[in-house]
Every structure is written in C-alpha cells, then in structure tokens.
Design a protein around this ligand. Structure first.
Ligand SMILES: [Fe+2]
Length: 488
C-alpha cells in the first residue's frame, strides 16, 4: 500500500509544531465564574497513582444473570496532575484500561495504565507538559509525531487477537488483553506511521472495521478486516475542517457529520484552534463504502455533538441515525476543562435526537428533548434497521449522567433507571442473550459517591426501569472513564 508522503506530513505537522509552544493559562474566563465542583464529584477526576492488580468484586445486590459471562474492557483518563502542574482538560489524562471479568465465579476487576510515550515524558519531567485536546505544551517538550502526544485514553477495541487502546489523533496502541500490558503502537501499513485513527470505529456485523483519521479538511478512511489487517486507507477531502470525534455508518454508506465547530488555525491545544460558527449550520457528508469518491452532502441546523448511534438505511433510501446533540460546544470547550480544575461551568446538556437524510437531499433533525449521552445499540445490528437506543441519562444540576435508559423509537417511550444524585453513570453496553433486539443485558459501571466505590451493574435490556439485576462493588473508586467493549 502506498500513501502520499506529502499528505502524511500535512496530517502530522500540527502536533509537531505544538512541541515548540509555551504553556498558556489553563483557565478560561468561564472557569473563573464557575461554581466549585462538589467535593465528592472530585472523585471522578482524581489521580490514580498505580495499576490495580486483579481483585474480586463484591456482589452487593441481586443475582448474577445466568449466561452472562465475559470481559468488559473500559478506557478512560486516570492521572491528571504531576508536581504543581495539571492536565488542562478531562480528555487529556493518562489512559487506564479497566477489565471487569464476569463469570460463574463472580466478578473481578483489574486496571493498568497504558505505557505511552506521553506518560514516560511526563513521569521523567515530573510535570504534565505534553499538549493535548485542551492542555497546552509545557516548557521544553519536543514531540516528533502525533503518537508522542497520545494518552491512549478514549476507548478500546478488539482487532483479531489483539486489543487496541484508542485515542483520536494517533495510532492504536496494542494492549495484552490478559495482562493489560502495553505492546506498542500499531502501524496499520507501510508509510502510515503515526496517522490519526478515531476512537469510534464502526464495526460491521461480519467484523469489518471502518474508521476515520482526520486533520483539518483532510481525512483518511480506514478499512480493516476483522483480524485488524489493513484493507484500504483512502484519503478523502472534507467540505470543512469540523472537529470530528465520531462518525457513523449504514451497511452501504459512511455518514460523517460536520458540526460548525471548525478548525480555523494551526494551534495547540486542539480546542483552542476550534471556533463555534453556528451560522454555518451542520453538514453531513455521505460516502459510498464501495466507491468513496461517490459523495452527497446534506444540510442540518447547527448543533454540536460528540457521539452518534449506528445508522441504517430504509427501503426508500432514507438514512437514519441517532445522535446526542448539544446547543453549542461549551462542555467540550470549557466545561470539561473546568472539571479538572475543580469547577462546574454551566453548559447545555446533550439531548437525544433522530436525524433523517432523505433521498431527495433533504436533511431532517428531530430532537426528543431527552438529556442523554453515550448512545449505543446491539452490535449485531450495526448498520441495520433497529428500534432502540441505549443511553446514559442526565438530569438538571450537572454535566454528568446519573441514569441509564433505553429509548424506543417506535413508541417514543424512554425506559430508564435513575441511580440518584450520589452516583455518576458511565457508558452502558448491550450484551446479546438471544436473537431479539431487546433480548440481552445492559452492562456498565457507575461511580458510587456515597460508598466511594466503582460499581458494575447488569440490567435486563427489556426492563431497565426495574433497576439492576445484579451489582458488584470494586471496593475502590476509579476515576470516570469514557468507552469500552464487551468480549463474550
Ligand atoms: Fe467518545
């Protein structure tokens, strides 16, 4: 496989240039006006100082569901401060892989930091100096490529027998799925070192992996076989340099949502190079998987977002997908910075919406008004028609979730369970138990602020409102994570 070297340099130059920048103030004007983060919430953004050896979890409620066995791997930042310095954003802490094992013997938990170049540089310096999404470069830091800046902290995926820890602006990092030991960055092909690879790949039912890598208006469409071997890396020009954290796909198309939060200059941290331009509206670029040069562009009202659900195509050609949309990017731009500094900045909550892209070229945005994040669904239905969206549920009073819900697009009904204001809910995944779309378990974690412990929960997908059928406690609190995968 060959790849235009000039394009590759273009994709990497932004981060290389960042190595020469000098630290700027971590605090935005909004942070100064913000309320203090409640003491117990700080547990979600605390520093973990070391790895966690495999430890049995305690069943605190219910009974382990018959037949639910496997490993839930989750990733998320867990170390934000060194010496007198701090990461400038929630998204920039060091990646910690958590492994929750469920089986006949009960549940156990282990966790291990990803041994990244960034972490090594910062351990040696005794300071947080590597630039990131919202963290400026510290004095003296010199990076030679995107991977040097990777905290490998956003998600985790299986690629054949390998497990990869994912970020979004650099290569996947190989992790041993048993010991959680770091094995080094995975270069996907010759000449493709240090290339961006999003933390939200779309995986078809047969295991084919589609993903994007992005820098400004340049993108690469990655296609990998089920075993992680590269099948194609195709450069694509985007209509605008939107911030892209996630995209989606139907069986036949890639669906790339271009929010009007756009890169307007070459600067680090990334968030400081982005400008909110709502007058531009949101665009959706649809590419045919079979021929990526075949493209359509749809127009939608302006919204910001981090996460989309799986898309599908109806018989009449209409493409539909769910999204958790925000009125503006205030949370990503300043709210998630303030959390690390110990503040809460008021920002609009994300709400669940359905987007339709009609055959006549018209785009349609239908909000539900339900405050929700981390949309997920049955992985067997990726790219296919489906009825339900699994989501975390947010409530007034804070930017973090405290419930889990299942929205039924056929009836418009949201079934949900509220853990209460002493718990913070993380992402929940669907684990199939039978052929039906609601025939399975929701498996996910919360941070119990009252008990100061991380908890693992299993719900019946068809009866979320009744609460978890089983809850295990870790006996320790891990900082909040982002995304994961369940391996049966
Ligand atoms: Fe994400």
């Amino acid at each position: 496989m060959t790849f235009d070297p000039a394009r590759r340099r273009f994709l990497t130059q932004a981060t290389v240039a960042a190595g020469t920048l000098v630290a700027a103030s971590l605090f935005s004007p909004e942070a100064v006006l913000a309320a203090a983060l409640p003491d117990d919430w700080q547990l979600g953004f605390a520093d973990l100082e070391g790895d966690l050896a495999p430890t049995a979890m305690r069943l605190v409620q219910g009974r382990a569901p018959y037949g639910l066995a496997g490993r839930l791997y989750r990733n998320g930042p867990a170390k934000f401060r060194r010496g007198t310095t701090s990461a400038g954003h929630w998204f920039d802490g060091d990646g910690l892989i958590r492994r929750f094992t469920l089986g006949e013997g009960g549940a156990d938990l282990s966790a291990r930091f990803v041994d990244t170049t960034k972490r090594r540089i910062e351990v040696k310096a005794g300071a947080m100096i590597v630039p990131g999404f919202g963290t400026p470069a510290g004095p003296g830091v010199a990076l030679s490529n995107n991977d040097d800046a990777s905290p490998a902290n956003t998600s985790v995926m299986m690629a054949g027998s390998e497990m990869w820890a994912l970020w979004e602006a650099g290569s996947p990092m190989r992790i041993d799925p048993v010991t959680l030991e770091t094995r080094g960055f995975r270069t996907l092909g010759e000449g493709l070192e240090h290339m961006p690879f999003l933390a939200h790949p779309r995986i078809e039912a047969d295991g084919t992996v589609w993903n994007l890598g992005q820098a400004g208006r340049q993108a690469i469409v990655w296609r990998l076989a089920k075993n992680g071997v590269l099948e194609a890396a195709t450069p694509v020009e985007l209509p605008r340099a939107s911030y892209i954290h996630d995209f989606t796909a139907t069986e036949r198309c890639l669906v790339i949502v271009l929010q009007p939060w756009v890169r307007t200059r070459d600067a680090m941290p990334i968030v400081d190079a982005l400008e909110w331009r709502p007058e531009l509206g949101t665009q959706v670029l649809v590419l045919d998987k079979a021929d990526l040069s075949r493209r359509r562009v749809f127009e939608l009202p302006a919204f910001s977002f981090f996460h989309l659900g799986d898309a599908w195509e109806e018989r009449d050609g209409t493409i539909r997908f769910d999204a958790c949309i925000e009125h503006d990017p205030a949370f990503g731009a300043s709210g998630a910075r303030a959390l690390i500094a110990g503040h809460i900045v008021p920002s609009p909550l994300p709400t669940l919406a359905m987007i339709a892209l009609h055959g006549n070229g018209r785009g349609e945005l239908n909000p539900t008004g339900i405050a929700a994040e981390f949309p997920r669904s049955d992985p067997r239905r990726a790219g296919l028609v489906r009825r339900y969206s699994i989501h975390t549920a947010l409530y007034r009073g804070g930017p973090l979730a405290r419930g889990v819900g299942v929205f039924d697009w056929r009836t418009g009904r949201d079934s949900r369970f509220d853990f209460g204001d002493r718990q913070i809910a993380e992402e929940f995944l669907f684990v199939p138990a039978g052929a039906g779309e609601a025939d399975g378990w929701l498996v996910g974690t919360t941070l119990n602020l009252a008990a100061r412990e991380t908890e693992l929960h299993a719900f019946r997908a068809d009866d979320v409102a009744s609460g978890p059928v089983a809850t295990w406690s870790a006996g320790t609190a891990l900082p909040l994570g982002f995304h994961g995968t369940f391996v049966a």
